[in-house]
Write a protein that binds this ligand. Structure first.
Ligand code: NAI
Ligand code: MG
Length: 338
């Protein structure tokens, strides 16, 4: 265990699925030397601060984290910790792969990757409320920004990913017909970067709403998708839905100073503490983390166990139509490790 890494159990179902994933990582002898830290509501309860300095220091030291979901209050309360972490560590690329594992679902043989810009766009949260006379006429405003440098960097990330992972096509997703400047800049930089990859990686363009429709009608046309923050957030939940839902969707936040691996889903308070959560999304995120540190061998073993448990269909959690609990699935996965 010689690779220092930060472990954040998180809120809601977080501790249950993190425990499951650690059991499996231990079973294959994963090289991570965990530094357990708090964030989210768990940290508020323990320290009064949703993101303690100790947690930030730990990630600065390790540059690597596996994170359970964090509960974010809607409306008031504190700012999203996920957004804060992305900003603190410059986690500019959010990589969300989607592929079919569960057979007999709506879509077979899906294999696509969505790259979401993670720092800018509308999630810069420049919001304000303007009271107008009596309150019924009040106005809420929100602004966003995209920088040329960041648009260039995220599209380049997508093309580099395509080259390294032997993928053939990158789709630039935008709304430059309406948001002519905000997402027009993304498209402009996207086309520029695409030129450098001419002959190696094909490029095409989709307007985001049409893209959402196309993803449902014919998802197989897509290979790598790259888009701005808000669109990427929405479309990546959509792509998760193509392959069995949020319980099957892992993600990696990659930046210059650190990489943070997590499931796409949230803390699922409705099923927390009931042994009902599907740990596979976080387990697949842990697999991405293993690949990130060059342990493709271990990732492949875990991947094999997931495929073998899920394809036989004997042991599945409720979100995948089964009856197994988190712990039963974990035990089944361990048994299938070779
Ligand atoms: P959610 O993803 O937690 O849950 C949506 C639905 O999917 C629920 O019915 C839930 O039971 C189900 N679900 C989610 N993960 C599952 C799993 N692993 N196994 C089985 N079923 C699963 O989204 P929701 O309810 O909108 O958000 C709850 C909290 O999570 C909020 O405070 C939100 O801000 C936070 N959140 C945190 C994220 C993060 O830390 N990366 C991402 C998304 C939401
Ligand atoms: Mg989301």
């Amino acid at each position: 265990k010689n690779i220092p890494a930060t472990l954040i159990p998180g809120d809601g179902i977080g501790p249950e699925i993190v425990e499951s994933v650690i059991e499996i990582l231990d079973a294959v002898g994963a090289p991570f030397d965990w530094d357990r830290q708090l964030a989210g509501m768990a940290a508020v309860d323990a320290t009064g601060n949703p993101l303690p300095a100790q947690t930030i220091e730990s990630i600065h030291r390790t540059g690597l984290a596996l994170k359970g979901p964090l509960t974010t209050p809607v409306g008031g309360g504190f700012k999203s910790i996920n957004v804060t972490l992305r900003q603190e560590f410059g986690l500019y690329a959010n990589l969300r792969p989607t592929h079919t594992i569960v057979p007999g679902g709506r879509f077979e043989n899906i294999d696509l990757v969505l790259v979401r810009e993670n720092l800018e766009g509308y999630y810069a949260a420049m919001e304000s409320y303007i009271p107008v006379g009596d309150d019924p006429h009040g106005i809420a405003t929100g602004a966003g920004y995209n920088s040329r440098a960041e648009c260039n960097r995220i599209v380049r990330f997508a093309f580099e990913y395509a080259v390294k992972n032997n993928r053939k096509k990158v789709t630039l997703v935008h709304k430059a017909n309406i948001l002519k400047l905000l997402t027009g800049l993304f498209l402009e930089e996207g086309r520029k970067v695409a030129k450098e990859y001419e002959g190696r990686v094909e490029v095409n363009e989709r307007i985001v709403d049409a893209c959402a429709m196309q993803l449902v009608i014919d998802p197989w046309q897509f290979d790598v998708i790259v888009t701005t923050n808000l669109f990427g957030d929405i479309l990546s939940d959509l792509t998760a839905g193509l392959v069995g839902g949020l319980g099957m969707a892992p993600g990696a936040n990659i930046g210059e100073k650190a990489a943070v691996f997590e499931a796409v889903h949230g803390s699922a308070p409705d099923i927390a503490g009931k042994n009902l959560a599907n740990p596979l999304a976080l387990l697949m995120a842990a697999n991405m983390m293993l690949q990130h540190v060059g342990r493709q061998d271990l990732a492949a073993r875990i991947d094999g166990a997931i495929k073998s448990v899920i394809t036989t269909g004997e042991v599945r959690t409720r979100d995948l139509g089964g009856t197994a609990g988190t712990r039963e699935l974990t035990a089944a996965l361990k048994q299938k490790l070779v």
